[in-house]
Design a protein around this ligand. Sequence first.
Ligand code: ZN
Length: 67
Amino acid sequence: MTGCYFCEKKTEPTYKESDTMRKFLTIRGKIVSREKSRVCQWHQRKLSTEIKKARSLMLLPYVVYEE
Ligand SMILES: [Zn+2]
């Protein structure tokens, strides 16, 4: 068992599910590291591609600045 969220759910990261994407972002809008998210290498790569796509479509913020 890898503990990978996407492997376990048998799903693929997609920019269309921005709520799911959001789980893998820190409060500052950065991608959570694999050590913390436990996402496998393959899905981490897909995830970052999908997050970039979501950002370009303004579905996710680039970086969230603290006030
Ligand atoms: Zn995986």
